[in-house]
Write a protein that binds this ligand. Sequence first.
Ligand SMILES: [Mn+2]
Length: 427
Amino acid sequence: MKIEQYRIDQHNEGLLGKHNNQFIFLKEQLGEQGIDANAIVKTLQAFQVAIPSWALGTGGTRFGRFSGAGEPGSLEEKIEDVGLLNALNRSSGSISLHIPWDIPKDADAMIQLASSLDLKFDAVNSNTFQDQKNQELSYKYGSLSHVDPKVRKQAVDHNIEVIKYGKELGSKALSIWLSDGSCFPGQSNFVKSFQNTLESLQEIYAALPEDWKVFVEYKAYEPNFYSTVIQDWGSSLLFCQKLGPKADVLVDLGHHLPNANIEQIVATLMMEGRLAGFHFNDSKYGDDDLTVGSIRPYMLFLIFVELVEGMKRAGKGSDGFAWMIDASHNVKDPLEDLLQSVEAILLSYAQALILDSKKLEIARGENDVVLAQQLLQNAFRTDVRPLVREAMLHSGGSLDPIGLFRDLKVRNGLIAERGLVTVATGL
Ligand SMILES: [Mn+2]
């Protein structure tokens, strides 16, 4: 299923009058503060966030999974789903694959399909957190950190194979998240686990093509509940520093202990030039994988304030980082959910872009705590939706992606194509 451009244009026509009024009003308001709304629109248009293949189907919990209808059953259908999202918002221009769930049988055909939908292949993700059918050795007690060198070798070989698939598709990065750790005190030797993991990562690093990166993602707990080998940004950074310049830290919003100051972590990693990028999601309790911005939008904004500052300092645009949504849950239509997530990301980015950072620096220098807070909250409380809509409109997307998704009955179309009972592969 494909959404024709004229359907988008037609739908926009009906909304254009109202949008133009709102945009012009905000543009004037921002202009009075010396902010160029058109420049912000351009910056927003350049922002692209990757969609992971596993977010296109309904997720699940350890208690159960309630499959949606018309979910993608093959890699082709997953690419088509991301194409639908990108047609609607023009900000989801890449897909992140997971190996072995998404092994491409015909890489050229996949590249052709993706480019016909204006999509690229983002980082490829390895999987040593579960055993696959016919796998020789088990990852029950770890993978890259395992006490048995044969298991470690199997896990290293898997990662090298993932690089091979990524190369065929034009990816430029391998993303590694390890579930390795222990469930009980005494179960593993922290130092040996670290050293084994480092050696394994070094072998993978050595296999990286010249222009590739490896992203090292951390997570505080789960599935292991006593210790995790790469538990926090400090451990992740330590691995990256030991590996070399092609390794950077990947921050997943859901992978911290409660109340962690993630914006400070981001600032520190950017200061060191070691932030690879982001996995966006939201949570109330742990790694909940909820829609971005659904629980703590102010935190997301504060993170974007640091990202914008960091990009400015580094002289980099948003294309210098890997942005991805990493969420998947039980109750929403996954495509509608992703549209909401992308919108939330763009809104936070827009709010951070209108922050008066010069005034903020002066307020900080004068220890004017009240003014500093006020400046942040002024930006956060500004309704920047017209900026995001204008960006989507300019890029050929929809002024109201979810409204159009529903008007066109896209899900019904997908059910007609794929059937009512479908299970997204891998989940
Ligand atoms: Mn993640």
